[in-house]
Design a protein around this ligand. Structure first.
Ligand SMILES: Cc1ncc(COP(=O)(O)O)c(C=O)c1O
Length: 415
């Protein structure tokens, strides 16, 4: 008789999935060339590889400029700084994202304001964004989450009406395109991460995109200790900052990935679609989020699914995930929790006084915030699968679905 691995049955899958991150000869060649050049650092900035990589990355995303920096956290801070955020200014962010999106506002002495997400794509809800605008609002940071793009039509329209700066957090969305326009080139600034889980990675790293000449000059200076170097002098005054340069060795690794970005982006989107097709034909009650038809190029970083416990004998998502893990497929439930509950958002007003008016002693002390869609997604519905699960063969994809289908068949044993 069929038995769940959780109760001693045979797991559907043994031996894991494809290794991550992936690389080939191209990374090795660029890396060796950078090593032999003896130019390993990022100074003087922009360094030769950062210029070359920046030009290619910008072009692929339809942006005028791209500037590499140390990681995708400081790129958000620098973007806000370049945008002119002042102490106490409010920055609207979605409740569901990595902490850095909101932490960047705090660390620039601003105040993050959390808003709910849409049911259909789990990205910032434009109506919630508009409702949260106050006279203190300076900027909004939509996050392109998982494999989705936030509704940039509505977000841009609202931002324009209220004269707000738009910073796209594209940490999940390398290569994605909305109505033919690359992410990171739609708002005033785009922020990308090259941290090790990301679709392009140098272990750590990030970059900022923009179409604006003055913002570009400010960003260059903010990455490079505030220096006003040659060609940097289009803005007033000196900017106070630190060193956030990315090394040439890291950019060399990214150059290999830049060479195949187009090819892998297409292949990833196909595997994402294949998984969705097989899952939806074999399993009811677990659905992959729909791709917005305005997406003209999909970037499949995380496949996000919506779990309906009624189709699983009433079993809670986390119990389902526990059983699935024993079948050899380890997916995430609380990948992100609403940031106003998230322990690493422990920003205190004693350290960041601009927070006090809205949050009392600190962000986690305010018990009045409620984003119902975000909470339901985080605690009951959302299931996240990193792209690495889909980066192997179609047989891997079929095994994942077989494991899910098995747990569904035997779900009543989990009650
Ligand atoms: C949505 C989002 N924003 C920002 C970041 C921060 O990037 P990094 O880890 O490179 O600092 C990440 C990734 O970790 C992220 O997922």
């Amino acid at each position: 008789m069929e038995k769940l691995a959780l109760f001693g049955g045979t797991p559907v899958r043994e031996g894991g999935f494809a290794p991550w991150p992936q690389y080939d000869e191209r990374e090795k060649e660029y890396l060796l060339k950078a090593l032999e050049s003896r130019r390993w650092g990022g100074y003087p900035y922009p360094s030769p590889l950062s210029l070359e990589f920046g030009r290619r990355f910008a072009e692929y995303h339809g942006a005028k400029y791209c500037l590499p920096a140390a990681n995708g956290t400081v790129t958000l801070e620098i973007a806000l700084h370049a945008a002119g955020l002042k102490a106490g200014d409010e920055v609207i962010v979605p409740a569901i994202t990595f902490a850095a999106t909101a932490a960047a506002a705090v660390r620039q002495n601003g105040v993050p304001v959390f808003v709910d997400i849409e049911e259909r794509n789990y990205c910032m809800d434009p109506d919630a964004f508009e409702a949260a605008i106050t006279p203190k609002t300076k900027a909004v940071i939509p996050v392109h989450l998982g494999a989705s793009i936030a509704d940039m039509d509505r977000i841009m329209e609202i931002a324009k009406k209220h004269n707000l700066i738009v910073i796209e957090d594209c940490a999940h969305a390398h290569g994605a395109q909305w109505k033919g326009q690359g992410v990171g080139s739609i708002g005033d600034l785009g922020s990308f991460s090259f941290q090790s889980s990301k679709l392009m990675t140098s272990g750590e790293g990030g970059c900022i995109t923009t179409n604006d000449d003055i913002l570009r000059q400010k960003v260059m200076s903010l990455i490079n200790c505030g220096r006003k170097g040659p060609g940097y002098d289009g803005y007033e005054g000196q900017l106070f900052t630190g060193n956030y340069r990315l090394s040439e060795l890291q950019i060399a690794v990214l150059m290999g990935q830049m060479d195949r970005l187009d090819e892998v982006t297409k292949a990833r989107a196909e595997m994402h679609d294949y998984f969705k097709k097989v899952l939806h034909s074999e399993v009811k009650g677990l659905t992959v989020l729909e791709t917005d038809p305005r997406t003209t190029r999909k970037s499949a970083y995380q496949t996000i699914m919506k779990y309906n416990s009624e189709a699983f004998a009433g079993v809670h998502r986390d119990r389902f995930l526990e059983a699935l893990e024993k079948e050899g497929v380890e997916l995430d439930g609380e990948f992100y929790t609403p940031l106003y509950h998230e322990p690493i958002m422990n920003a205190l007003s004693d350290e960041y006084p601009a927070l006090r008016d809205r949050y009392g002693e600190g962000i986690l002390f305010n018990k009045d915030i409620s984003c119902p869609v975000a909470e339901k997604m985080s605690y009951e519905q959302g299931i996240w699968m990193h792209y690495s699960y889909l980066s192997g063969t179609k047989k891997d994809v079929e095994d994942i679905v077989a494991a899910i289908a098995k747990v569904q068949r035997l779900a009543s044993d989990l009650r």
